[in-house]
Design a protein around this ligand. Structure first.
Ligand SMILES: [Zn+2]
Length: 71
């Protein structure tokens, strides 16, 4: 299973609100429609919180969908 890079933004300055830890990119398995795939998302190394950027939720899913349909 390949990992899709969907993050355009630099999130190195983002922090977990609960822990104050810097978020690190982590491959996260997502299910979308009938498919599963991995995307790199910023996650907290301490509590495991995964941040899903709003533009991913709003726009990138359409890109991912088209990637899947290209198969
Ligand atoms: Zn945390």
């Amino acid at each position: 299973m390949s990992t899709l890079k969907v993050l355009d933004a630099d999130f190195s300055s983002w922090k977990c609100e609960a822990c104050g830890e810097k978020l690190v990119p982590r491959p996260i398995e997502l299910g979308y429609l009938e498919s599963k795939f991995k995307v790199e998302l910023p996650a907290c190394p301490v509590c495991g919180l995964v941040l899903i950027p709003e533009d991913l939720a709003l726009g990138k899913m359409a890109e991912v969908e088209s990637l899947l349909e290209d198969k």
